[in-house]
Design a protein. Structure first.
Length: 494
């Protein structure tokens, strides 16, 4: 009879209103190679953090028949659980053998090491794993696959009982994956267990003893013969009842104002009888999650309409409501905090603070748009933001700490559009000179506009060239002359 190494029962994990896991239960046997299949942005990184001892949890867990008190930190410190994850790296200035020692070391100082024994052990694992590396050589020149093999060797050196991999193995390349699977089979035969975490049913999962499918925060199926299931079979299991748009996860997670039903909410914006300079008789209602196109043959009228929101010296008359609340039109609507934002495609990256990190360029504006104390007192929320940025940009915590000025233009544009989603205003006014932007930038804006709509954020797209946005727009209106120097807003003929 197989001995149960790890058992988790009714695991619960949430960040404020966002449920990540609910009544999640599974077990891992000694010497088993098992997979956990978790849909994208549905808790894979969180579960890896729990098993790595970085995240606490609610529920019941046992490891080697010993009750676990809401954290696996103790077992990571002892080396009994070793996690080799996407962000796991060696210390570049230490040797291969030194890195192997400190990978999961219980000791605190390298001066306590028997270097001759350590080098002998390092040579043993290097030969076994077929690693092209010198035990005394620096780790700085090693590729990610070799680094992870050395971390794996370090875990075995310290008698790990459970090894946890995330889906970083998918980047190793076919030949290296085959090599890793051969090593994994030998390791499991010795009684060590391996748990593979992934969002996709890759070929490696078809070789495992069991695959546990998680959906909607809990386990839905265990595949006891994974090789008999195709990717399409597993995709159907993952897709059924899958909660929608994953990219608005953090917006729901942090703020009480989620996407919800727009039918029960007041309009994001109502303008009635607005007169300002060359504008006259501007009336419109913008629902939450609606995209409205504002066009004109004359760019001057569009510029004047944009200034209603970005600020104008012209006197304004008429009435305006934002989320059902009256606001003063004096000087334009720009003074109303974070209820709306104005975005101009040609100047979007100018909204960043060059000497601040990428993370802070998202973190600080989101804090100011909501309750700053929510972040300063909730480190889980900060971690969730960090993980969401990693999912969106493919950048780990170290990369997120780099100054934003060190990134290319498309990444900087991504940052501004991404943080707008998390700031969750009532609506966004987008002033487009679309003919001046390249195709990649155009597609980036359209991608985010779809996400804004899903999140219940209204969109006013102001442009002479509305054609690229047709699939997003629920309706279009045109600013047309109503007098010698005035324009009114009317439904367009199309």
């Amino acid at each position: 009879m197989k001995h149960e190494l790890l058992r988790i029962q009714n695991l619960e994990k949430r960040y404020l209103s966002q449920q990540v896991f609910k009544n999640l239960s599974f077990n891992i046997y000694a010497g088993e190679s098992a997979g956990l299949l978790i849909p994208p942005l549905s808790g894979k990184t969180t579960l890896a953090g729990i098993l790595a001892g970085r995240e606490d949890f609610s529920g019941t867990a046992f490891f080697c028949d010993e009750p676990v008190d809401h954290s696996f930190r103790k077992y990571n410190a002892s080396g009994e659980i070793a996690c080799i994850l996407k962000g796991s790296r060696l210390f570049p200035e230490l040797s291969v053998s030194e890195n192997m020692f400190i990978a999961t070391s219980r000791q605190s100082m390298l001066s306590h090491v028997n270097y001759a024994e350590l080098r002998r052990k390092a040579k043993y694992y290097i030969d076994w794993f077929g690693i092209d590396a010198d035990p005394d050589g620096k780790a700085r020149s090693l590729d990610i696959f070799t680094q992870h093999l050395i971390l794996l060797a370090g875990a075995l050196y310290h008698n790990a009982k459970l090894l946890v991999f995330d889906d970083s193995f998918e980047s190793y390349g076919e030949h290296n994956v085959e090599k890793l699977l051969g090593i994994a089979r030998t390791i499991c035969a010795s009684g060590v267990s391996i748990l593979w975490l992934s969002s996709g049913y890759s070929d490696i999962f078809r070789t495992l003893d069991r695959v546990i499918v998680i959906r909607d925060c809990q386990k839905v199926r265990t595949l006891y013969h994974p090789s008999e299931y195709s990717r399409e079979d597993v995709q159907r299991l993952q897709d059924a009842r899958q909660q929608a748009p994953s990219r608005i996860l953090l917006s729901n997670l942090m703020f009480s104002r989620g996407p919800g039903s727009i039918l029960d909410s007041p309009p994001a914006l109502s303008l009635s009888g607005i007169k300002c300079g060359m504008l006259s008789g501007v009336n419109l209602v913008l629902a939450e999650g609606e995209a409205l196109g504002i066009g004109s043959r004359d760019m001057v009228y569009l510029q004047a309409f944009s200034e209603l929101f970005s600020g104008t010296e012209q006197p304004i008359s008429g009435s305006a409501l934002i989320r059902g609340k009256p606001v003063s039109c004096l000087g334009g609507l720009r003074g109303f905090g974070h209820d709306f934002f104005v975005v101009k495609d040609t100047f979007i990256s100018d909204q960043l603070l060059d000497h601040f990190s990428l993370f802070d360029n998202i973190y600080i504006p989101v804090c100011s748009a909501h309750d700053a104390s929510l972040f300063s007192t909730n480190f889980g929320l900060q971690k969730a933001l960090q993980q969401e940025i990693e999912s969106a940009f493919g950048l780990d915590a170290d990369a997120q700490s780099r100054p934003i000025e060190s990134f290319d233009l498309i990444t900087r544009q991504n940052v501004v559009l991404f943080r707008l989603l998390l700031q969750h205003p009532a609506f966004i006014v987008y002033f487009s000179s679309f003919m001046q932007t390249d195709y990649q930038t155009q597609q980036l804006f359209i991608k985010y506009f779809k996400l804004y709509k899903q999140a219940g954020i209204g969109l006013l797209i102001v442009s002479q060239h509305l054609e690229p946005f047709r699939s997003l727009l629920s309706r279009t209106c045109e600013l047309t002359p109503t007098g010698p120097a005035a324009a009114g807003l009317f439904p367009s003929e199309d």
